[in-house]
Design a protein around this ligand. Structure first.
Ligand code: NAD
Length: 316
């Protein structure tokens, strides 16, 4: 059987670098093509790279043909905090990028497509704790609106054209390899860098703001597992809720202080507080568990230990 060749669009981002590396380990370096705006970045040199603007349909089509692509992971997007500042630009990138990929998948018979949604699909009227898979989708942010619309397009392309597109509603993602790209949960990454470099961090959210989070290795594993299951196992074609841990900035600071006792946290909420206030605190992921056996591995203690040990190796 012919081996799949995968295109990862938005490969230079927080998820893209680690997802590309994991896919290359699994499928072979020459079978995973990384794509993003501008030249290749560190961490992606080990395999093919193409400079690609996903908003340019012809460029996308040329890359698919040139590399004989059979699976696409689309990660290019504007994240929540950036989107609130640049609403129309964010809508354009998040929607046109997805539609270009779905259309290319339909026209060229791409086997499988992955597109990430977010817990931001839920708005202030959704149950904050254990929000169900089918909770109300009334987001109060531009980012959330684009993710709800994106989920609807994914379902439409599956039902109408049998494009096998799969999606996860990621919570805030914590990673040490790449810096976050302008989301509302970025504090949960920045805090580790500052704890090790300056032993202090000024948080832009209030101390008791609980949000759902996940350590990057769990998010990468979820993505790869979802893409590996047979289509018949899946009952959701919008985005699957997945859950790992929920904590507030204060709770995270307390766990970090176990390892960095001199670490001090201060709070200066900004516009991101309003975004966070409208989000859920914990998704219910029982449908993902039933359909493709999703289960997280990293809680807050393991995440903090891993983050600090990986990052402190780089601190002189
Ligand atoms: P990121 O901002 O770190 O990376 C996005 C990448 O897309 C960047 O490298 C950027 O250069 C690239 N890009 C932007 N516009 C492009 C274009 N027109 N053509 C090609 N590339 C382009 O984002 P991320 O954190 O890696 O997120 C990836 C996806 O996961 C997004 O859809 C995001 O909404 C979703 N998500 C992320 C999180 C999180 O915590 N990181 C949480 C929920 C959902």
């Amino acid at each position: 059987m012919k081996k799949d060749t995968i295109l990862v669009i938005g490969a230079k981002g927080q998820i893209g670098v680690e997802l590309t590396q994991s896919l290359r380990k699994l499928y072979g370096h020459s079978h995973v093509v990384a794509a993003d705006l501008g030249p290749v970045s560190p961490g992606l040199e080990g395999g093919p790279y193409v400079e690609l603007d996903v908003l340019e349909r012809e460029e996308l089509g040329r890359a698919i043909t040139r590399y004989d692509i059979s699976r696409i992971y689309l990660l290019a997007a504007k994240l929540s905090a950036v989107a609130e500042r640049l609403p129309l630009e964010a809508w354009n990138v998040n929607m046109l990028g997805l539609l270009n990929v779905l259309e290319a998948a339909r026209e060229k018979g791409i086997g499988r497509v992955f597109w990430p949604s977010s817990i931001a699909v839920f708005g202030p009227d959704a149950p904050k704790w254990n929000c169900p898979q089918n909770g109300p989708l009334n987001p109060a942010t531009v980012y959330g609106i684009s993710k709800v619309a994106g989920e609807s397009w994914c379902r439409y392309y599956w039902e109408k054209y049998a494009v096998d597109v799969r999606s996860i509603r990621y919570p805030g993602l914590i990673s040490y390899q790449s810096k976050p790209g302008g989301g509302t949960t970025d504090y949960a990454v920045e805090i580790f860098h500052e704890a090790l470099h300056t032993a202090s961090y000024s948080c832009y959210l209030r101390e008791n703001t609980i949000l759902p989070m996940m350590y990057m290795p769990d998010a990468i594993r979820a993505t790869i597992e979802l893409m590996a299951v047979p289509a018949t196992a899946l009952t959701v074609r919008g985005g699957y809720n997945i859950n790992a841990m929920s904590f507030s900035p204060r709770e995270l600071a307390l766990v970090i202080q176990r390892y960095v006792p001199e670490f001090k946290m201060s709070y200066r909420p900004d516009f991101r507080q309003t975004i966070a206030d409208g989000w859920i605190q914990k998704p219910d992921d029982s449908v993902a568990a039933a359909d493709w056996k999703w289960e997280y591995a990293y809680g807050i203690s393991e995440t903090v230990r891993h983050m600090l040990s990986h990052l402190s190796a780089g601190v002189k």
